[in-house]
Design a protein around this ligand. Sequence first.
Ligand SMILES: CC(C)(COP(=O)(O)OP(=O)(O)OC[C@H]1O[C@@H](n2cnc3c(N)ncnc32)[C@H](O)[C@@H]1OP(=O)(O)O)[C@@H](O)C(=O)NCCC(=O)NCCS
Length: 393
Amino acid sequence: MTDRIVRAPRDDAERQRLEAILVESFGADELPWGTWMSRLGHENLRVVIEGGAIRGGLGFYRFAQHWGTSRAPGLSPLPMVGLAGVGVSPEARGTGLARRFLVSTLAEAREEGVPLAALYASSVAVYRSIGFEQAGTTIRWSAPIATLPRGDHGLACVPFDPREDRSLRALYDARARRWNGHLERSEAIWQRIAAPYKGLARGYRFGPDDAPEGYVVYQHEPGANLAFAVVVKDLVLTTPRAVARAMALLSDLRSLATELRWLGAASDPIVSLLPEQTAKPVEHGRWMLRILDPRRALALRGYAHAGHVRLRVHDPLFGDVALALEAKDGRAEVHVIDDAPLRIDTRALAALYAGATHPDTLALMGLAEGPRDELHALATLLSDREPWLCDWF
Ligand SMILES: CC(C)(COP(=O)(O)OP(=O)(O)OC[C@H]1O[C@@H](n2cnc3c(N)ncnc32)[C@H](O)[C@@H]1OP(=O)(O)O)[C@@H](O)C(=O)NCCC(=O)NCCS
């Protein structure tokens, strides 16, 4: 198809057309796509035009993502685009339009030097077909509030307005450096936390004003007969005292609050803090990662292990590359070489990069060939803590 154009929408009318497609695609009339678009930045929207009309589109967040940032001094999170709001008008589906604008968006980001892309997928197959692979677990947890530990009221607990007070962001940033997969949150993500599309976010800070030890931001979700659920938007706790104060605050809600809900990982900290196994996964999924530029992605991250490995990455979209990787003291030197006996698909590299999938599983999926010990050496080099992408987008 020669007349398929991908570009940013030019005016309100074009954005409204994209909005109408997204409203229909996501099956929910009340989602405020206009707010979503302005938080994202209109320059970060793309539409696909065919036969003179807008048929679909998407938005992307400009993030950075932590991968071993704390493993060596001077490391920074890696630039990453987070794709969201992907939709095609129903009558235009099945003809490659999504593929067209997804590939164009990825190519544009790659051209800018962004080495990674990530997303939450409604269909894994769509994104696998363009080089994404599952990279981490996302679980929506729920636990009865009455089963939280009662905690302790010793530490100060002070309400704050998450829309106004930015002073606690440093606590999140410090945790993010130590958790693989955490975002360096863009303003749009902080807004999602502090000013949700629906309802009010309430914040409580734990510890002295000049040295806070944690905070929680949550929303009420009304149920029947005045009962409500407490939905955690953000929770950062840095000391056992802050944990105890947070648990006291939350369990003090138990006369009417029935349930605590949060987005977590498999090795979830809140689940570990509960005295019994009362947390249940209510939704379980995997987010996906795409390595746009293997050399940069491998050279810019931190490493928990030292070692040397050579690999050839097969990437049907952006071309194959063979690399020699030498990791030492938390960092790696990465050089382009002519070839390597270990051949892995770009999807396998994404899964290994995140430490999300056993290398033998990737071989079973047909995504890795060549010396098995080299494949295992690569997996060991890249393995670190369980990745946790704690923000939805
Ligand atoms: C998902 C969606 C964007 C796909 O749009 P589309 O233009 O029909 O997709 P394409 O024709 O470009 O197909 C791209 C690839 O995905 C595959 N695919 C498309 N729809 C699929 C589906 N529902 N399930 C599985 N695979 C699918 C195609 O086979 C194709 O793979 P291939 O290149 O290997 O043949 C569209 O169905 C949609 O808007 N759905 C509702 C909103 C949604 O789910 N968005 C995704 C949120 S993450």
